[in-house]
Design a binder for this molecule. Structure first.
Ligand code: HPA
Ligand code: ZN
Length: 346
């Protein structure tokens, strides 16, 4: 049996891709305060500890209210640079080799921040991150599903001049009551323009939303998707087509999708042959970055070395990197696994 120290080292060292990470969800309270001061934005918190104390959520919406409020300190291109740079410096220490990162432009453009400031700031940091840390990356532009389909279409138009920096479109925010079908038209346009498609579905919403994401939006990955187990035919389809699920265990506990980590269905999803990955979602709000998700989930569910290696391999298999890049990253996982000093994990 592994000691907890071994598990920490193994989870951190394991080369991995992060595929479900909202850049706005990496805003740590310290940076929130710094940006608030720099931009003269008042905060409803007295201190960093006061912010952390406010991070108790009863469901997705209770989190989103606080998450969107935190975003108000992000105004200038440099703010988006600093936010993304801070994430990358943490990601390196979590074994992240490749990150496909969500951003929510409407959260910013609706406050008068130019689309260009958002995407240029993030992109500049990703470029510097690749040069400094050799972390490769891609950007996924999410539409806010609680807003209208027309607003999503306007956002798609704003993104077109920056298309070379944006890999895919995604769908996030309040799930229940906003089924994927609402965004059929804008997803058709986005795919015609050459964007790949992913979508959040089956986090709080029913399996029917996962079907819609697959059949109507032609999503290539499902973000969360944990409620798929309520529909055996859906599980069969996801297994048959090896459609990845980007699962976020600590997020699911904080937002009460599961009462605790021991009750999480990640092991069941793996055992049923689904292409599952482990990710951090909004780590500044949910108490852990991606290696922390690997470690805590392994400890709670009794995952062993082979299952952690499978999760790491899955992260590269599920990513949108080139085949050549994928082979290189999978080779890194095998080299990591072959290190004699890491054989103690059960
Ligand atoms: N679900 C939906 N929308 C989100 C999330 C999430 O987990 N995180 C940030 N926006
Ligand atoms: Zn998410």
């Amino acid at each position: 049996m592994a000691t907890s120290g071994d598990l920490v080292d193994f989870a951190r060292g394991l080369p991995k891709a992060e595929l479900h990470l909202h850049i706005e969800g990496t805003l740590e309270p310290e940076l929130m305060f710094e940006l608030a001061r720099r931009n003269g934005v008042p905060l409803p918190y007295a201190s960093v500890d006061d912010v952390r104390r406010a991070y108790i959520f009863s469901d997705l919406q209770s989190f989103l209210d606080i998450y969107y409020a935190g975003c108000r300190v992000l105004l200038k291109e440099q703010d988006f640079y600093d936010l993304t740079w801070a994430y990358l410096t943490r990601a390196v220490s979590q074994g992240v080799r490749h990150a496909e990162i969500f951003f929510d432009p409407q959260t910013h453009t609706d406050r008068g921040v130019p689309f260009e400031s958002v995407v240029t700031g993030i992109r500049r940091a990703l470029h510097d991150g690749e040069a400094r840390f050799r972390i490769t990356s891609g950007l996924i532009m999410c539409f806010l599903r609680h807003l209208s389909a027309d607003a999503a279409t306007r956002t798609l138009h704003e993104a077109l001049p920056f298309k070379k920096w944006i890999l895919a479109v995604g769908l996030d925010s309040s799930e229940v009551g906003h089924p994927p079908a609402k965004f059929e038209d804008v997803y058709n346009r986005a795919r015609e323009a050459g964007f790949l498609a992913v979508a959040h579905a089956g986090e709080e919403g029913p399996p029917a939303y996962v079907w819609e994401a697959l059949d109507i939006l032609k999503a290539r990955r499902i973000d969360h998707g944990v409620r798929c187990v309520e529909d055996d035919r859906l599980v069969g389809r996801l297994v048959e087509e090896q459609i990845p699920l980007t699962v976020c265990p600590l997020s699911n506990v904080k937002l009460r999708v599961f009462p605790n980590l021991r009750a999480h269905n990640l092991k069941q999803l793996l055992d049923r042959g689904l292409l599952v990955t482990v990710n951090s979602d909004d780590p500044a709000y949910f108490g852990g970055y991606v290696a922390d998700n690997f470690r805590d989930t392994a400890a709670a569910l009794g995952l062993g070395r082979e299952q952690l290696l499978t999760l790491a391999r899955n992260s590269f298999v599920a990513s949108f990197v080139s085949e050549e890049q994928r082979r290189a990253y999978l080779g890194d996982v095998e080299r990591f696994a072959a290190q004699p000093s890491l054989k103690t994990i059960s």
